[in-house]
Ligand binder design. Structure first.
Ligand SMILES: *[C@@H]1O[C@H](CO)[C@@H](O)[C@H](O)[C@H]1NC(C)=O
Ligand SMILES: *[C@@H]1O[C@H](CO)[C@@H](O)[C@H](O)[C@H]1NC(C)=O
Ligand SMILES: *[C@@H]1O[C@H](CO)[C@@H](O)[C@H](O)[C@H]1NC(C)=O
Ligand SMILES: *[C@@H]1O[C@H](CO)[C@@H](O)[C@H](O)[C@H]1NC(C)=O
Length: 580
């Protein structure tokens, strides 16, 4: 099970469907290979480190770290159902911790429902966002033998921007229905707790820190609390590739081919997409006829798709768009792990809303308990965005409101019921093999297109060379300073070379330079800029001591790159003068 978290700051262009390639102009050459290589090396390292361990389940509460970003949708759920819960987001953090035979904590996966969108969609630095920051902090605190994973669970309608949506021009609340300010949705933005004023230039970094730190601290408290429950027994699994476009439910309802509604184009208050539609848009006659014309040029939705997806007004008939290949997935991987008698993980290939997640957890766990596969006090988590990505899943009632999440629920109003039915069958199949789903076949590989110009040539000015330092750092720096150096560099595609880092902070230890921080660190940044047609300048910065304490000593900044000369690649590096 490979489970991702949502970030607006990740590299793009590696999924097979057109919709997920639009913003990156198709596939990004080398991107998928780099991700796959990293994932495979992590799996190999884990496999080579197998040893007898115990698995401990813990649950803690985290408040003030998430808010619901689609309250009008949530309120469409039945009042009796809403009354069962404290609020419109889940505040539980559920943890599976790994201890070695001596009882030492070796790793933990901690699921908490919040989007990784503290870094906003105008940031262009690669970042693991609040989940990545939580992981970074805990691994720093615990030492190198420890792995901390922070999973995104039923966070489909859950934002980390806890200050809530506000009109950026007046400071007044947005109109809650359309999330607009006098008709302008671009002004209605929710900021995280780190923003101190409109236009705050570091606000999203500060928010990432705050929301990430809260998740880290809660996870560490759960592991240290001594209240964990051990789960023992076999690890069981089921996996199936299912064509989600025509799942027939016992009541006769069925799913549809994929389609995106108008509000998909509006985005959310975490990141407005375009001004052509608003959230909750359920009319097909939009004020601006150009949108309908643009839609019909791409592909007019068929009458069958329109009826099946109702009340969703279809903007993109992605399920009927196959040029140059599928715009949205049709066949999806469904997976479930039963870890001993007391822990269950649903590998879910989409982002699922708060109430949808509660329903899916309950129906799946009920089936497992009824079959005697797990104990009555077993815990269940949804690992969202697992094994593939297929946008959002809402409840039937939320779908009717057609906000961003409902507009992005691909397979029609009964998408959640279909998933509940399929996961119940998988759960039942552990005790009754006749309930098993067919294993299915994975979707065929496609020959992805890329519209990104290849890097043809990197050069340096005459008399300079790759890795030359054009601006040196100061001779002395202190905790709290930002140290900066500029290097003559190359286009950062195809990468830093080998398993390397684009930059490092090195420390002098007994006459030898050793890496102190790299580009995965939170205190370091690497910026690249093209100069003219083939030259590049790279700025490396280090916020000394912001996250990682820095002992007095001798340091330098190093840059690593690979330059391209008409299809040939060569690596290079450069270091600044030493500084104190
Ligand atoms: C939160 O965890 C507690 C303790 O395991 C559990 O009783 C409760 O049902 C959970 N809440 C939700 C919304 O899942
Ligand atoms: C994103 O955050 C930065 C500050 O970190 C801010 O300048 C920018 O306006 C924000 N953009 C949006 C769309 O919220
Ligand atoms: C389909 O779903 C709707 C809404 O949940 C329900 O009212 C209806 O009875 C279901 N069955 C059929 C055959 O339409
Ligand atoms: C659109 O939504 C409004 C407000 O919720 C509702 O009154 C109207 O009936 C809906 N229209 C359609 C076509 O579903």
């Amino acid at each position: 099970m490979i489970s991702a978290t949502h970030t607006h700051s990740g590299p793009a262009g590696y999924l097979d469907q057109v919709l997920y390639q639009v913003t990156s102009y198709g596939i990004v050459p080398g991107e998928r290979e780099a991700l796959a290589a990293g994932i495979v090396s992590a799996i190999v390292a884990a496999h080579n480190d197998l040893s007898a361990s115990s698995l401990e389940i813990g649950v803690g509460q985290l408040f003030d770290a998430n808010i619901n970003r689609s309250p009008p949708s949530y309120l469409a759920n039945p009042a009796e159902e809403r009354a069962l819960y404290n609020g419109n987001t889940d505040t539980n953090m559920t943890q599976l911790a790994v201890r070695d035979a001596a009882g030492n904590l070796r790793g933990a996966a901690s699921w908490f429902a919040v989007h990784g969108t503290s870094m906003n969609n105008t940031n262009d630095l690669v970042s693991g966002d609040n989940k990545g920051f939580a992981s970074y902090l805990w691994e720093l605190a615990q030492g190198s033998d420890f792995v901390a994973a922070f999973g995104q669970t039923n966070a489909g309608d859950v934002s980390p921007n806890t200050n809530g949506p506000v009109c950026q021009d007046t400071g007044a609340p947005c109109d809650g229905g359309k999330e607009s300010c006098g008709g302008n949705i671009l002004l209605c933005i929710a900021h995280g707790p780190g923003f101190t004023s409109a236009g705050d230039l570091g606000g999203d970094f500060a928010s990432t820190r705050i929301i990430g730190t809260k998740q880290f601290e809660t996870a560490r408290e759960i592991a240290a609390s001594g209240t964990g429950v051990t789960t023992t027994g076999p690890v069981l699994f089921r996996h199936a590739f299912v064509d989600m476009t025509d799942v027939v439910l016992p009541d006769g309802n069925h799913t549809c081919k994929p389609a995106m509604g108008y509000s998909f184009a509006a985005g959310t208050t975490d990141g407005v997409a375009t001004q052509i539609a608003w959230q909750g848009d359920n009319t097909t006659n939009y004020d601006n006829p150009l949108i309908d014309i643009a839609r019909d040029i791409l592909h007019p939705p068929s009458a069958e798709l329109t009826a099946c997806q109702a009340p969703k007004p279809i903007l993109l008939a992605t399920g009927e768009m196959t040029f140059p290949y599928d715009w949205d997935p049709h066949v999806l991987p469904l997976q479930i792990f039963v870890v001993g008698r007391k822990f269950v993980i649903i590998g879910f290939p989409s982002e699922i809303t708060t109430m949808s997640g509660r329903r899916l957890r309950k129906s799946t766990l009920d089936a497992l308990i009824a079959g005697g596969t797990v104990d009555a006090d077993a815990h269940i988590v949804i690992a969202g965005l697992s094994n593939h990505y297929a946008s959002y899943v809402t409840t039937f009632e939320e779908y009717g409101v057609q906000r961003y999440e409902g507009a992005s629920t691909l397979f029609g109003p009964h998408t959640l019921q279909a998933y509940q039915s399929l996961f119940s069958q998988m759960a039942t199949s552990f005790s009754d093999p006749s309930a098993s789903l067919a294993p299915g076949t994975p979707p065929a590989d496609v020959k992805d297109l890329s519209f990104i110009t290849a890097v043809v040539l990197d050069t340096t000015p005459i008399g300079s060379s790759f890795g030359a330092v054009t601006i040196q750092p100061p001779a002395v720096a202190h905790t709290g300073d930002t140290v900066t150096a500029t290097f003559q560099c190359s286009h950062p595609r195809p990468g830093p070379g080998g398993p390397g880092s684009f930059m490092t902070v090195d420390v002098l230890n007994g006459g030898e330079w050793a890496v102190f921080l790299d580009d995965a660190g939170w205190d370091t940044k690497f910026h690249w800029k093209r100069e003219g047609s083939s030259e590049s300048l790279c700025v490396v910065t280090w916020n000394v001591g912001a996250t990682v304490n820095v002992p007095a000593g001798t340091y330098r900044l190093t840059y690593n790159g690979v330059h391209t000369t008409f299809g040939f690649h060569a690596s290079h590096s450069g270091s600044t003068d030493a500084f104190q």
